[in-house]
Design a protein around this ligand. Structure first.
Ligand code: GDP
Ligand code: MG
Length: 209
């Protein structure tokens, strides 16, 4: 990638309140974690430039927090606009947050279309209120790559962003190689590769793997 504008990706992180979205963004962008829960107030985002290992390139992640929009119906169009990837988070110990995934996915799909979607089961350091099979089933049904994380213990977070970065950079490279007059694919889908084609993640928790 040469163009400056190609080396950054807007990543949105959605999911019910208190599942760990702000913690995940803060952990990845700043490397810090706090047990304090402060409901996010106002629009906020953090950024971090990191090397995408699989392709050996630097990428700037523009990480948009939902800023208190913890109801799927309250998220604004502006929040979704221009997103290159969407992380949908639920908390392992909260069944209700797992049951909201469909709605979050639907709402994001409606605004963002065919971008990369990643399902994250956070708080894997706590007792799970969902069965591993049902989580895997949902990820498969919605065609999302599944990651298990404990933002608290620092497990799995980098894997989420490595995966997103790899899919993004490969998508950009594929686009650049295409002849200018290339026909759109029969499905009308953009060229971004599906997130499910990536290699297995290095770390697992929640006894799912
Ligand atoms: P958000 O509303 O989705 O942005 O959630 P927050 O990031 O504010 O986190 C809500 C609460 O969950 C905070 O008290 C965090 O410290 C806590 N939390 C976040 N991630 C984890 C985790 O992996 N394990 C545990 N046990 N707590 C977590
Ligand atoms: Mg928050």
């Amino acid at each position: 990638m040469n163009a400056e504008e190609d080396s950054s990706i807007k990543v949105i992180v959605v999911g019910d309140g208190a599942v760990g979205k702000t913690s995940m963004i803060t952990r990845f962008a700043k490397g810090i974690y706090t047990d304090e829960y402060k409901k996010t107030i106002g629009v906020d985002f953090l950024e971090r430039t990191a090397k995408v290992d699989a392709v050996g390139e630097e990428l700037t992640y523009l990480l948009w927090d939902t800023a208190g929009q913890d109801e799927y119906s309250s998220v604004t169009k502006m929040y979704y606009q221009g997103a290159g990837a969407c992380v949908i988070v639920f908390a392992a110990d909260r069944r209700d947050s797992f049951e909201s995934i469909n709605k979050w996915h639907e709402a994001a799909r409606k605004e963002c279309g065919e971008i990369a979607y990643v399902l994250v089961q956070n708080k894997c350091d706590l007792n799970a209120a969902v069965q591993p099979e049902e989580v895997q089933e949902l990820a498969k049904k919605l065609d999302m790559k599944l990651f298990q994380t404990s933002v608290k213990d620092g497990v799995g977070v980098d894997d989420v962003f490595q995966h997103i970065g790899t899919a993004f950079v490969r998508g950009q490279t594929a686009k650049a190689k295409q002849p200018a007059a290339a026909e759109p694919s029969p499905s009308g889908a953009p060229e971004t590769p599906a997130p499910t084609t990536e290699s297995k993640e290095s770390k697992a928790c929640c006894n799912l793997m």
